[in-house]
Ligand binder design. Structure first.
Ligand SMILES: Nc1ncnc2c1ncn2[C@@H]1O[C@H](COP(=O)(O)OP(=O)(O)OP(=O)(O)O)[C@@H](O)[C@H]1O
Ligand SMILES: [Mg+2]
Length: 334
């Protein structure tokens, strides 16, 4: 079983959208998934129509009381279970302040929860973290073996990264959790075609390559920059209002396509991921010449620019904003 925390202290970068849709995509791939909502905003629970009403058991009872994860979780779809959150969780930070071992409560509870309510084991536990580095996020990190960081490719993305890596290191060293690893960084809200998006992703790639050279044993030495980029797609923003994952809300959207790709990458199916991309490349090659021919400026299919991912192969599905920002290369990572 893999336990993955989706973490970034910066708000609104796509943590919840990624937690929910990655969990849903993995479940659709036949994996058995438990999604744990560790954010008092309870957005992941709301996203799947699973929010705990006042008085109903939630992750708050798991963190501050005797409740077992299994007693609180609810089934959201085939092979997908959710531990819902509630606003009460916001008080947990204060309630747990004097408690010894408060950083490892979730770890202890999840370690007892290797099987779903139907008795079969989980393949994945995905934890949606709040936008802070407080005790709730620390609990997610001590419980997880892996971290995925969603990043918005904006020049400010680089600002928080150093702090985030420091936090991971503290959990590894001070909280004695040497197995914790940063598995990867996924770009979300990606505006395909903008120079800034490309520059920031290149900078992050270079940063991790340098880090690997500097310290091949750091928890992020083997971090991948996922080839899948989650394009900005309005359907992903609409889906939560209907309490549905993107696969139920609009399975043909770019959002569904991107999260299915990401799940294939995370699930380690390189062959399937390559096949999905090849199919998209072929589709693109078939489309490009016919569209251009119709416009009277034929270009041979072979000259269509090859890109590493569909996000760069197709136009953004919303008009891409133009950013004017300092070159991120010149910025210090603290
Ligand atoms: N790829 C996308 N395209 C369009 N909208 C998106 C996309 N990803 C996320 N959003 C929207 O952006 C907003 C922030 O996303 P999300 O809630 O996933 O971020 P978050 O990091 O979990 O935020 P918070 O830090 O508040 O928990 C939401 O309104 C969401 O619907
Ligand atoms: Mg969130």
């Amino acid at each position: 079983m893999r336990t993955i925390a989706i973490m970034n202290q910066k708000g609104g970068v796509g943590k919840t959208t990624t937690s929910v849709n990655l969990a849903a995509a993995l479940a659709r791939r036949g994996k058995r998934v438990l999604l744990i909502d560790m954010d008092p905003q309870a957005h992941a629970s709301l996203y799947l129509g699973m929010e705990a009403k006042t008085g109903e058991p939630s992750v708050y009872d798991v963190m501050t009381g005797d409740a077992a994860v299994g007693a609180v979780c609810r089934q959201a779809a085939e092979r997908l279970w959710v531990v819902p959150s509630h606003l009460d969780l916001a008080g947990a930070e204060v309630e747990l302040a004097g408690e010894i071992g408060r950083e490892r409560i979730l770890r202890g509870k999840l370690s007892l929860e290797r099987t779903a309510p139907d008795g079969a084991p989980y393949d994945y536990q995905i934890i949606d973290c709040p936008p802070s580095l407080g005790v709730l996020t620390i609990n997610a990190l001590t419980a997880a073996r892996e971290i995925i960081i969603p990043l918005q490719p904006h020049f400010l993305a680089l600002h928080g990264l150093g702090k985030l890596l420091q936090t991971i290191k503290l959990v590894v060293t001070r909280l004695d959790h040497p197995e914790l690893r940063l598995s990867g960084v996924v770009f979300c809200l990606y505006d395909a075609g903008t120079t800034l998006a490309r520059e920031v992703s290149n900078d992050i790639r270079r940063f991790f390559a340098d880090e690997k050279e500097r310290d091949p044993n750091s928890p992020w030495a083997d971090a991948e920059i996922y080839r899948t980029k989650i394009r900005r797609n309005i359907r992903l923003a609409e889906a939560p209002s209907y309490g549905e994952s993107i696969f139920d809300y609009d399975p043909k959207s770019n959002g569904a396509d991107d999260y299915a790709d990401l799940a294939a990458e995370v699930d380690g199916c390189k062959r399937e991921f390559a096949a999905r991309n090849k199919a998209k490349n072929t589709l693109r090659k078939e489309r490009v010449p016919s569209e251009k021919t119709a416009a009277g400026s034929a270009a041979p299919a072979e000259t269509a620019p090859a890109a590493e991912h569909s996000a760069e192969k197709t136009a953004a599905d919303e008009s891409a904003p133009v950013y004017f920002a300092p070159n991120p290369l010149s910025m210090e990572i603290d």
